[in-house]
Ligand binder design. Structure first.
Ligand SMILES: [Zn+2]
Length: 220
């Protein structure tokens, strides 16, 4: 028979696990939805509603820093919404953590540079060279590193990044190993490592989506 102390210890251990399981369950349910879902912990402004995640081509997530000043995310997202195929991304994150979902999730925006990095400096590029491209990678831009490109993302942007990638991983079945900093897959501005701190933290949370997409299950 359990002592009282052991009983309460078990309870104390079990409750957070149950809460975590419930949280993941509800995220999984939310992540399958259409429209303009409210995601706990995130403030998303939808300029385009969500549809069927199975129709989207995303196998990877690429984290970018825009070299735009604080306050520029809304305007950049609105420009992207008007002209979805211009150079840019699907999601823009303001320094206060607000997310702008600019284009329909089935639209392939113009970002990345063809995954031309092959020096294995940050990761094993044999897995990315000419493979992690705009065709299969959802892009997120974090604004605010202007005029100083070395200005790091804000604490609110880091928090948003973690919650947003969990949602996107769950929605599109993307494992943590397929989250990339732009600088890991293309040769970028040598003055700083674009997206690196964000991608390191996003990978480190090791979120595991309830289903993982294989390449054969991705709509083409
Ligand atoms: Zn970039």
């Amino acid at each position: 028979m359990l002592s009282f102390r052991a009983f309460f210890l078990c309870l104390a251990l079990a409750l957070p696990l149950a809460a975590q399981a419930k949280g993941e369950e509800s995220l999984a349910a939310l992540a399958r939805g259409a429209g303009m879902p409210t995601i706990p912990g995130l403030h998303i402004v939808y300029l385009a509603p969500l549809g069927d995640p199975a129709a989207a081509p995303w196998k990877n997530i690429i984290l970018h820093q825009s070299e735009g000043p604080p306050g520029s995310a809304r305007g950049l997202a609105q420009q992207q919404a008007k002209n979805p195929l211009k150079r840019g991304v699907t999601l823009w994150v303001e320094t206060d953590g607000t997310v702008y979902w600019a284009t329909p999730e089935t639209v392939i925006t113009t970002h990345g540079d063809g995954a031309n990095r092959n020096d294995n400096r940050y990761i094993d590029n044999s897995q990315t060279f000419h493979q992690v491209t705009r065709m299969n990678s959802l892009g997120i831009e974090f604004v605010g590193n202007y005029p100083d490109v070395r200005a790091p993302p804000t604490p609110a942007q880091f928090t948003t990044c973690l919650g947003l990638v969990r949602f996107l991983q769950e929605r599109y079945g993307i494992p943590a190993s397929r989250i990339y900093a732009h600088n890991w897959i293309d040769y970028k501005d040598a003055r700083y490592c674009e997206g690196c701190a964000l991608a390191e933290r996003a990978r480190a949370q090791d979120y595991r989506p309830s289903t993982t997409r294989t390449s054969s299950s991705v709509a083409r």
